[in-house]
Design a protein around this ligand. Structure first.
Ligand SMILES: C[S@@+](CC[C@H](N)C(=O)[O-])C[C@H]1O[C@@H](n2cnc3c(N)ncnc32)[C@H](O)[C@@H]1O
Length: 269
């Protein structure tokens, strides 16, 4: 059993925690040709290395990572999801923790993945500092986020109120850029085996009226284009020289209010 510790930065997920089985259907559909995984690997290879899957949810990705990595650790703040993830972890282990509370030693990890978890800027500096603490000097954090500009799914996000709670593209880009991050766009697609699966996942992620009107306008399809943006940063990343930024415009991505609920129902995040 997972201890009843609660982490202040934990925001219950509106998708993985609500319907873990359906979220697996979604995870199977989100990268059918492996282009997102390839881009993640290009940014920070994990073969033979120590990898942390931060906010690992149901643990869907753990076993695959463990086939290549020397060691995989899933970190998850939701006690119910910790138990689910442990059941399927394979060679990986799963620990109760959060982005701002990693139960890991300093400089002990090579790669941290955060797929649609916690990093919805602004307001993520405490988690970034904690991730940088556990990364080795040449380690990397790789964050997978929705592309709010490109792909059919982005048009649905723009019409969904919960998406607004996950920030906007300009704020997100500026926040990461100010912290010396690399940024990579990846165009993929959601590809489902059946129309019923597409229908169910759209209703898990989006307000019913947005899902219904898209399904009505696309009566036979089982896929849609889906853009991702990856951000990658590490202890060795150099933020832009702030002294060169005019005082009035310093910290264009400065932290605003507390971060929105990671995992709120607006795309996989
Ligand atoms: C949308 S789910 C994604 C799960 C998993 N990364 C995946 O792609 O299958 C978001 C996850 O972030 C977790 N989460 C919520 N608050 C968090 C925090 N402060 N630090 C790390 N993870 C958090 C949720 O419990 C949930 O498991």
């Amino acid at each position: 059993m997972t201890a009843a510790v609660s982490f202040p930065d934990f925001r219950p997920s509106g998708n993985a925690a609500v319907d873990p089985e359906l979220y697996d259907v979604e995870n199977r559909a989100i990268d059918p040709d492996g282009v997102v995984l390839d881009a993640m690997r290009n940014l920070a290879p994990w073969d033979g290395r120590v990898l942390v899957d931060l906010g690992c949810g149901t643990g869907y990705w753990l076993d695959g990572y463990a086939r290549e990595a020397a060691e995989v650790i899933g970190v998850e703040p939701d006690p119910t999801l910790v138990e689910l993830a442990r059941r399927r972890a394979g060679r990986a282990r799963v620990v109760h923790g959060s982005a701002e509370h990693l139960p890991l030693d300093d400089s002990s990890v090579d790669v941290v993945h955060a797929r649609f978890s916690y990093f919805f800027p602004p307001g993520c500096d405490a988690g970034l500092a904690e991730v940088l603490r556990v990364l080795r000097p040449d380690g990397r954090l790789v964050v997978v986020d929705n592309d709010h500009r490109n792909g059919q799914f982005a048009t649905l996000l723009a019409r969904s109120l919960p998406a607004a709670a996950q920030g906007n593209a300009e704020t997100t880009d500026a926040w990461w850029s100010a912290r010396g991050s690399e940024r990579v766009e990846v165009m993929s697609e959601w590809r489902f085996g059946t129309r019923a699966d597409l229908d169910a996942v759209l209703h898990l992620e989006l307000p019913a009226e947005v899902a219904d009107s898209w399904l009505a306008a696309h009566p036979t399809v089982t896929s849609m284009s889906y853009g991702y943006v990856l951000f990658s940063v590490g202890p060795g990343s150099r933020p832009p020289d702030r002294a060169a930024i005019p005082a009035r415009r310093r910290d264009p991505a400065g932290d605003g209010p507390a971060p929105p609920a990671p995992g709120s129902p607006a795309g996989p995040g």
